[in-house]
Design a protein around this ligand. Structure first.
Ligand SMILES: C[S@@+](CC[C@H](N)C(=O)[O-])C[C@H]1O[C@@H](n2cnc3c(N)ncnc32)[C@H](O)[C@@H]1O
Length: 350
């Protein structure tokens, strides 16, 4: 399992609930690392003070991105000690991942954001995730993306009901917690390949597929996009990252895409599909509503190349994020999720 990396920088200064938080934020912004020495809540208060100092008003994407970067850089220097696989602070949550992932390390530091992420993913893993479109719970491992809003799942469910093509072979690219692969399985596809570059996602899904009733027709592959193809597919399904940007963590890889991702994806899908086979992409109009770029990668592919033709575009307005997660609500309220169905044009493929 991939684990968050322990802190390796210069020795930190101590901070506790009697420290001046404003001065502590100054120190953080000057590049110092701070070790919280008393309570977990001291670390949370320091995070709040940092957020208040840096936060920017409004939805301007570039300014929000700069804020996010500054906050991430400074907050990763707010540290806590882990001793004998326990968070060594009063009133700290018990995080099972510390025993599972760090059995080899007797003492080390993690940052507060790392600990918050570990705590939240541990709770979801223990409790299991119930999604409205599946009849089994999923137990994602740390660093695995899972949906907190369900509009795109409903769009796919609607589409699967209408779809009258072959249901022999499908690939779910970037499967995450596996929800879409399981929807394909429930919709009668005989053989499904589920890929991801995130090995924690695949390891968690493997555990879930082996629970009763055991599922044997979903094959997991750790690979970039589709990987080497044997028999061709009837359907290539992808819920890609929705925003361009750099990635610094496993979860970032679910949210931000590098420049070449869509070119690579369409080339791979064209090679992997039989002529007439379908690409289904779940996407959103976030690019437009955030103003981050005018280049819609799917529209661009359809305009520039003649590899695919559009069959239909289904859209659904987005509600708010689940109250149970801390994931940031996306900007704006007019966002719509999209399901793009494309047909592969003829020809043999490379
Ligand atoms: C938005 S999440 C979707 C997860 C899941 N399919 C769902 O709908 O909830 C995108 C997923 O794609 C994976 N991913 C990103 N880039 C990838 C690539 N080049 N090849 C394979 N998987 C990738 C991420 O790790 C993440 O699990």
């Amino acid at each position: 399992m991939i684990r968050p990396q322990p802190y390796t920088g210069p020795a930190p200064l101590n901070v506790n609930r009697r420290s001046d938080l404003n001065a502590a934020v100054d120190e953080l912004l000057a590049g110092e690392a701070l070790l919280v020495t008393d309570r977990y809540s001291t670390g949370l208060s320091l995070l709040t003070a940092l957020r208040l100092r840096l936060s920017v008003e409004g939805n301007d994407y570039t300014r929000q991105r700069a804020y996010r970067h500054q906050y991430q850089e400074a907050s990763k220097r707010i540290l806590a000690a882990i001793r004998s696989q326990r968070l060594d602070l009063m009133k700290a949550p018990k995080i099972g991942w510390l025993e599972v992932m760090y059995a080899d390390l007797p003492e080390f530091y993690l940052s507060l954001p790392q600990l918050q992420g570990l705590n939240s993913s541990w709770q979801w893993h223990l409790r299991g995730l119930k999604l409205p479109v599946l009849d089994r719970r999923l137990h994602p491992l740390h660093g695995t993306y899972f949906p907190t809003r369900h509009e795109h799942l409903h769009l796919l469910a609607d589409w699967l009901e209408r779809y009258d093509g072959a249901r022999d072979r499908a690939v779910d690219v970037g499967t995450g917690c596996g929800v879409l692969a399981l929807m394909l399985q429930a919709a009668g596809f005989s053989e499904i390949v589920a890929t991801d570059i995130n090995e924690n996602a695949l390891e968690g899904l493997e555990g879930d597929l082996s629970k009763p009733p055991r599922i044997t027709n979903i094959t997991l592959k750790k690979t970039y996009l589709i990987g080497p193809v044997g028999d061709r597919f009837d359907l290539v399904l992808f819920n890609p990252p929705w925003l361009p940007g750099e990635t610094h963590s496993l979860l970032d890889q679910a949210i931000y895409y590098p420049d070449n991702l869509f070119d690579d994806f369409f080339a791979a899908a064209w090679r992997a599909l039989r002529p007439g086979g379908r690409v289904v992409l779940l996407f959103s109009d976030l690019l437009k509503t955030t103003g981050v770029t005018s280049q819609h990668p799917i529209v661009r592919e359809l305009k520039r190349r003649k590899r695919f033709e559009k069959v239909r575009l289904l859209e659904r307005p987005v509600g708010s994020a689940s109250k149970k997660t801390r994931r940031r609500k996306r900007t704006g309220t007019k966002e719509k999720v999209q399901l793009w169905e494309l047909r592969r044009r003829g020809g043999g493929g490379a």
